[in-house]
Design a protein around this ligand. Structure first.
Ligand code: UD1
Ligand code: UDP
Length: 374
């Protein structure tokens, strides 16, 4: 069999982290000719990931600009990626998740009749405006893609209900668990020195991130107010908030939380630092999709700062709780975990529903079986 030419396209922090184990496996497998194209939808936050995993992209579309719009991202990726696809003509393109990079790349490939493999397929909230635009992106990529790699059985069932042919569906686990197995180490020394100063023995550290589009404005302000309240009530608690570079996030968070007792604000952390920070933390509070998947496999309870989630498995498993974005509710849920050992232990010992760290291998097997059928 000739080598299968695979072009993997990603461009933001989360899709880079979750594609990293897969592109590393593809590069080491002589059945494939692996080509990597990054869109550069993110810049510093993407570069942090490709540095940690030592990934050398073949193409970098370098599209990011400050406070970019969806329309700008869409047109610039389509224009630039189209040229790359015309030059490379891959046998298949792999995309990840629900970002603008994922949707636009899939559509650009579809226009050229290049099959698309969708990694992290089938997640749904069933509300097209939340998360916005990610829920719609996922649905559209579900229609554009040929192969669908679902992290869990419930993702698989969602796609079956939408009429996707069973032959093209695979349950693989989430590649983020593959990534976690390479980043967590004992006696870890952080590359962000602020974290080396943290007293993890005497402080209960809460890893915090919040950046989602739906939370910009009032919800983010309420989240910050909740953090102020909790940090003033518990002297043995330290929030470590790794602040996203979006100016609409930074402006609010630094104004409200900078220079407060028991709160440490940092720049985006490289993924190894972030994973090891979570591993040493008492709990996690976040609106991020990725952290909702990672924390359960580290045995850390998560309060989700959103009113819905496309990741019900972790809620059903009992390790994640939806706290919403109402200040009083967030404070109540956090205080319960900080004061009630029984509730805490129940959440901390629930089972991780996102796989065993072999997702990349299962995805590669799926791709091979698809091409062998032809
Ligand atoms: C994007 C994704 C979202 C994902 C998030 C992960 C879409 C529609 N949204 O949202 O699903 O959860 O990434 O973080 O694809 N910025 C920088 N440097 C960076 C990254 C961002 O300065 O490295 C700033 C820029 O001003 C940029 C802004 O953040 O314009 C927003 O970035 P963008 O990718 O448009 O949206 P995110 O909110 O990051
Ligand atoms: N992450 C990171 N540094 C940070 C914050 C998050 O490396 O400062 C990682 C995190 O471990 C997870 C991913 O980035 O793997 C999640 O990305 P993000 O929250 O930006 O996007 P989402 O998952 O919400 O789409």
């Amino acid at each position: 069999m000739n080598k299968i030419k695979i072009m993997s396209v990603f461009g933001t922090r989360p899709d880079a982290i979750k594609m990293a184990p897969l592109v590393k496996s593809l590069a080491n497998d002589n059945r494939f000719n692996s080509v990597i194209c990054v869109t550069g939808q993110h810049r510093e936050m993407l570069d942090q990931v490709i540095d940690v995993f030592n990934i050398k992209p073949d193409y970098d579309l370098k599209i990011m600009k400050k406070s970019q719009t969806l329309q700008y991202i869409t047109t610039s990726i389509m224009e630039k990626l189209g040229k790359v696809l015309d030059d490379e003509s891959p046998d298949i393109m792999l995309v990840h998740g629900d970002t603008a990079t994922c949707l636009v790349s899939s559509l650009t490939a579809f226009y050229r009749k290049i099959p698309v493999g969708h990694v992290e397929a089938g997640l749904r909230t069933f509300d097209v405006y939340s998360p916005f635009p990610e829920e719609m992106n996922r649905k559209l990529v579900g229609s554009l893609a040929t192969l669908h790699f679902c992290p869990t059985n419930s993702n698989y069932q969602n796609l079956l209900r939408e009429g996707v042919n069973k032959e093209n569906l695979y349950i693989t686990g989430n590649t983020v668990i593959d990534a976690l197995q390479t980043t967590i180490t004992d006696n870890y020394k952080f590359s962000n020195d602020k974290l080396n100063q943290v007293d993890f023995k005497n402080k209960r550290v809460i890893t915090l991130t919040a950046h989602r589009n739906e939370n910009l404005g009032k919800p983010l302000e309420d989240i910050c107010d909740a953090v102020l309240e909790i940090s003033s009530q518990f002297d043995d608690v330290l929030f470590v908030y790794a602040v996203h570079l979006n100016p609409a996030v930074m402006n609010v968070v630094y104004k409200k939380l900078d220079n407060h007792k028991n709160i440490l604000l940092t720049k985006p952390l490289n993924v190894r630092d972030l994973h090891n920070l979570m591993n040493k933390s008492f709990m996690v509070m976040t609106d991020s999709g990725g952290l909702q998947e990672e924390a359960p496999s580290l045995g850390k309870p998560v309060l989700v700062l959103r009113s819905e989630t496309e990741r019900p498995e972790a809620i059903n498993a009992g390790t994640v709780k939806l706290s919403g974005v109402n200040k009083d509710n967030i404070v109540k849920d956090a205080i319960e975990l900080l004061t009630n050992e029984v509730v805490y232990n129940k959440m901390a010992t629930a089972i991780n529903p996102y796989g065993d760290g072999n997702a990349s291998k299962k995805i590669i097997d799926g791709i091979l079986s698809h091409f062998n059928k032809e």
